[in-house]
Ligand binder design. Structure first.
Ligand code: GLY
Length: 383
């Protein structure tokens, strides 16, 4: 059995765990991460849209504040990360166009536009013709759309790789094994027992294991986050030189009630996502999932069927009961949560790092994150 001690042990080395570890180490905390494959997780699948405005939903105005705060931090965050690592994370400020294909979609998008304006967000209504002028590959039937120049993109795989390197350079220790159990000593989180037999100890533990966060052994019921896996299937295509530029910005729509988006990268990759399925831990790529994504994407951009299909994958979003993350102290002393980011993990990476570093150094949640305390899910009468 090997024992090592740090100030902070982060369970989970996806982008949320990594950014937490990086920011904690930068503040002088001796930090370790437990994960068999740091830089893996849902970010290996995600498209990387930073869609604070175009993914606004009714009833999620509180979450909007956190999303916008994180979007505002992105340029400085990327500059700092790229400076620290020398790696390009594929941050692209080319904006997003959300389009409507029929009268129902158009009415829905008009309502979204009104909500965005009430929330003080910048978006511009375009006619179908104006949409096609911006993006000539769009289908002739596009009936109108919303131009949102502030919804950018980043490449989550490059972001993950850069965060791993930034952590290494900041002195974060990696335990490349799965955490099997939280160690609790005298009613306080004290480290973890890992699958390789190691038992790293820590003064504070952060549970940042994405969709797995809700099922770590040893976490008492009252502290276990109500997080569940929500499957998303995503496709990757290549845009050969002869077709470039295929799209110049992210394009999205709701087709028959399902979200479809196309995210073009500078390197010629085109990411098409995503299904949203309550299938437990299943990550099978299904014929039906691929068919639906291609069918809906083809309705938006018919030329897509000419492109080589290079990859199909499924990942698990960490869903929470109110679609918002759980950030900060749990009901178990010494255990903090950074999980439940659902559809917004990539977008919320910068603000999560800042918030968790503040919690770990001061014990207090900063104002921007107060509404996301795990205590909001505590049973009535328990605080
Ligand atoms: N934010 C995109 C998705 O979760 O599919």
């Amino acid at each position: 059995m090997s024992r090592s001690t740090s100030d902070v042990l982060v369970i989970g080395g996806g982008i949320i765990g990594l950014v937490t570890a990086w920011r904690a180490a930068q503040r002088g905390l001796r930090t370790a991460v437990a994960d068999p494959e740091p830089g893996g997780g849902a970010a290996r699948v995600a498209a990387g849209m930073l869609a604070a405005v175009t993914e606004l939903h009714y009833g999620e105005e509180t979450l909007l504040g956190l999303n916008v705060a994180s979007a505002e931090r992105y340029p400085a965050f990327v500059a700092e990360l790229e400076e620290a690592t020398g790696l390009d994370v594929g941050f692209r400020t080319s904006g997003t166009l959300a389009v409507a294909l029929d009268a129902d979609d158009r009415a829905h998008l008009r309502e979204l536009h009104a909500l965005q304006r009430r929330c003080g967000l910048a978006s511009e209504w375009l006619t179908g013709r104006e949409c096609r002028r911006l993006e000539p590959m769009l289908a002739p039937c596009v009936r109108g759309g919303l131009r949102v120049d502030g919804d950018h993109q980043v490449d989550p795989r490059r972001l993950s790789a850069a965060l791993v390197l930034a952590c290494e350079r900041a002195g974060v220790v990696f335990h490349r094994a799965r955490a099997d159990r939280l160690s609790v000593v005298r009613g306080r989180a004290a480290g973890a027992v890992l699958a390789d037999g190691a038992e790293p100890a820590a003064d504070q533990v952060v549970l940042a294991a994405g969709s797995m966060s809700g099922r770590l052994d040893g976490v008492p019921d009252g502290a276990l986050p109500p997080v569940r896996p929500v499957k998303g299937q995503v496709l990757r295509l290549a845009v050969p030189g002869a077709y470039a530029p295929f799209l110049s910005r992210s394009v999205r729509a709701v087709v028959r009630g399902s979200h479809v988006y196309l995210v073009p990268r500078e390197n010629g990759e085109l990411v098409v996502g995503a299904t949203s399925e309550e299938m437990g831990w299943d990550t099978t790529v299904t014929a039906g999932g691929v068919y639906e994504l291609l069918r809906d994407a083809h309705e938006l951009v018919p030329g897509i069927t000419e492109l080589p299909l290079t990859e199909t994958r499924a990942g698990l979003r960490p869903g929470s009961p109110d679609n918002a993350p759980l950030l900060g102290p749990s009901a178990l002393p010494g255990l903090h949560l950074a999980t439940g980011h659902y559809r917004n993990g990539v977008l919320l990476t910068p603000v999560t790092g800042d918030v968790m570093a503040a919690v770990l150094t001061t014990g207090e949640l900063p104002e921007v994150a107060r509404a996301f305390t795990p205590a909001r899910f505590a049973p009535v009468g328990v605080s």
